[in-house]
Design a protein around this ligand. Sequence first.
Ligand code: CTP
Ligand code: K
Ligand code: MG
Length: 181
Amino acid sequence: MAVLETVVIAFWAMLPAYVPNNAAVLGGGGRPIDGGRTLGDARLLGDGKTWRGTASGITAGLVLAGVLTLVADDVSSAIGFAVPTFEPLAALGLAAGAMLGDILASFLKRRTGRQRGAMFPGLDQLDFVVVSLPLTALLATEWFFTWFTWDVILVVVVLTPILHVTTNMIAYKLGLKNEPW
Ligand code: CTP
Ligand code: K
Ligand code: MG
């Protein structure tokens, strides 16, 4: 497979996992998931993980997967190779897995003494990949292994941190996010 094809497929297949983080920032606020509960000296998750943000993120990922599925055929004909359509369980695995990864990362941050908003290089950029890919493999196994070949996974692991740093920097400059990571 040509490199450009691999990059396009990786990006397309991951979009329903990429957009939830950004949608959570826009939709976030209100009651925190942990309800203020603590574990030891620190909050269980912190005020940065809210029900509304999580629901916004998952919804945005599912809607985007639907839109991409509607246009996939036209895009595939235009570019000369096939991009993925999303089965419902694949969309759910990617979108919910991304939010779950982000929540687990906050759990780890609080356990390691990091306050809300503190950075955790590596984890911040890949938390949602680490959960969304295995969850999708579990929920939509055939779909997953059709699209996520080893070269696609390699591109995802390299491309995701670059995209994450770029989009968060833009969101910070636009005043949407409190920190540039
Ligand atoms: N957000 C939310 N619910 C989520 C994820 C994010 O409401 N499940 C919103 C919160 O307003 C959060 C912002 O998006 O402050 C930025 O997300 P993130 O960087 O993941 O959270 P942090 O505030 O940095 O908190 P943490 O240190 O726990 O990652
Ligand atoms: K995060
Ligand atoms: Mg943060």
